[in-house]
Design a protein around this ligand. Structure first.
Ligand SMILES: [Zn+2]
Length: 339
């Protein structure tokens, strides 16, 4: 598909990077160009540099909390069917801001800078077509985009009912590599809390319960093998959890020339914790999606940022992660499947 003229950044250097299929550097170039020419974006990325954060070290891993007022819209977004139907889709090309430029990825995805960042460089990768957020049908594209951007960026996915603020429009997000603590911690988590359930020279699948989160890690050099394992796990979980349109999950993916893909599946039981729906002063506006579960918890309100402690984070993470019973059954089924 061809992009509308107004969205293409006409610049010799970026055209050169794209024609050499150097999409990671092209994304970085696009980012810098947009930050320099788009006032709102510059303001928000400048603000991000001076943002307050605090860190907690739990058993074997790290959690950061980020006080990020610009994320209020996304954190508190109404994503029920009626609310979504009654608003204009902000990812459809015709509704993008005037200043927005993008890069075409693999013929049907558009890479855009995100003007409301969590990462030092934050992108949205949205489908050119207005189609529902669903991962199984777009999983091979997810892996391919991850490979294209991996020299600089990590690719993530939020399920339509557990974090995506546009459940009606297929999209991924990408951000600065190694910004999310779990990227550094995952091998340690695998060693300390993981069970390997599938292993040959091309693929290793591990099931991990670190006390807060329920995870599956798939590491593979073979795209087809990875797709096959993911699809099996997806279908088993769908049958067990009976959630529509897909089992609740968030994904985080990296690709390495030597070691291949590393895919983390965060298994979920629900979208938002109880405290999200309470009235002030008991309300805590945290709406966990993949970046939060990976260890950068976003609080758009200062009172919540101040109040968050280790105990509250543990409680929220446990509450939104897959329940122990379903997790145990899934772990057994996955083990049997790959035996
Ligand atoms: Zn749309």
């Amino acid at each position: 598909m061809k992009l509308p003229e107004k969205i293409v950044l006409k610049d010799f250097q970026i055209e050169n990077l794209i024609s050499n299929k150097n999409y990671a550097d092209a994304a970085d170039y696009l980012f810098n160009s947009q930050v320099n020419s788009w006032e709102l974006m510059k303001k928000n990325y400048d603000a991000l540099k001076n943002i307050q954060t605090k860190s907690f070290w739990l058993e074997g891993f790290k959690l950061k909390v980020q006080f990020n007022p610009e994320r209020i819209k996304s954190t508190s977004a109404a994503v029920d069917e009626d609310s979504v139907k009654s608003r204009e889709c902000f990812l459809c090309i015709e509704n993008l801001p005037e200043e927005q430029k993008g890069i075409l990825l693999m013929d049907n995805f558009l890479l855009l800078s995100n003007p409301y960042p969590i990462f030092p460089q934050h992108f949205t990768i949205s489908s050119l077509n207005h189609q529902p957020q669903m991962i199984l049908e777009s999983f091979s594209e997810f892996l391919e985009v991850s490979k294209l951007l991996s020299p600089r960026y990590t690719l993530v996915y939020n399920g339509p009912a557990c974090g995506a603020s546009a459940p009606d429009h297929l999209h991924f997000q990408a951000g600065t590599k190694n910004f999310i603590p779990i990227e550094d911690d995952i091998q340690q988590l695998k060693n300390d809390f993981g069970k390997i359930v599938q292993e040959d020279e091309f693929i290793t699948t591990s099931i991990i319960d670190d006390g807060l989160r329920k995870l599956i890690l798939i590491e593979s050099t073979e795209q087809k093998k990875l797709e096959n394992s993911f699809s099996k796990i997806f279908k088993m979980l769908k049958k067990l959890s009976k959630t529509e349109p897909e089992p609740l999950m968030n994904l985080l993916c990296n690709h390495d020339e030597e070691f291949g893909w590393s895919l983390i599946i965060f298994l979920r039981s629900k979208h938002r914790p109880e405290c999200f729906y309470k009235n002030d002063p008991d309300r805590i506006l945290i709406s966990p999606a993949v970046i939060d579960l990976g260890g950068v918890v976003v609080t758009p309100r200062e009172e919540d940022f101040k109040r968050v402690d280790e105990e509250l984070l543990q409680q929220i993470f446990r509450e939104v992660s897959l329940d122990m019973e379903t997790f145990s059954v899934l772990a057994k089924k996955v083990k049997n499947e790959f035996r």
